[in-house]
Design a protein. Sequence first.
Length: 158
Amino acid sequence: MKEYISIGVQKVVIGTSACENPEFVRKACNTFPERIMVGIDAKNGNAAVRGWKDVTETSASVLAKRFEGFGISGIIYTDISRDGTLSGPNIDSIKSFAESIDIPVIASGGVSNINDIKNIMKLKKHGVTGVIIGKALYSGSVDLREAIKLVYSENFSE
């Protein structure tokens, strides 16, 4: 982390290690205030680790609550059943997750078009502060300029 931050990286995302060793996250937040995010990948509501190979018995929300008060700058919440599918995000799952914690959430997984981004933006009042768009950009089903314009015109970004 120190090396990445020293070369200008603004945020470092901790995934599997956060699930397995929350104290590591606390120490990272103390060392690098406002620079640490936690990545929580979920399948059917439970946290998945090790590149989605292992789905734990811990709910994503319970895991996220462990980090309240640590000083993390946010959680990237990925619904792995939707990620890369262009099937649309699971809005209900994202909303439920974001409402369950007092940490900003960036939603990831399933975005297929500009309307999906608009629907995620409606979750701002529930704690969703951003969205990750992957395959939809590569496939051309979301125009990056249009998405940026939308997000900034609606003051969605941090």
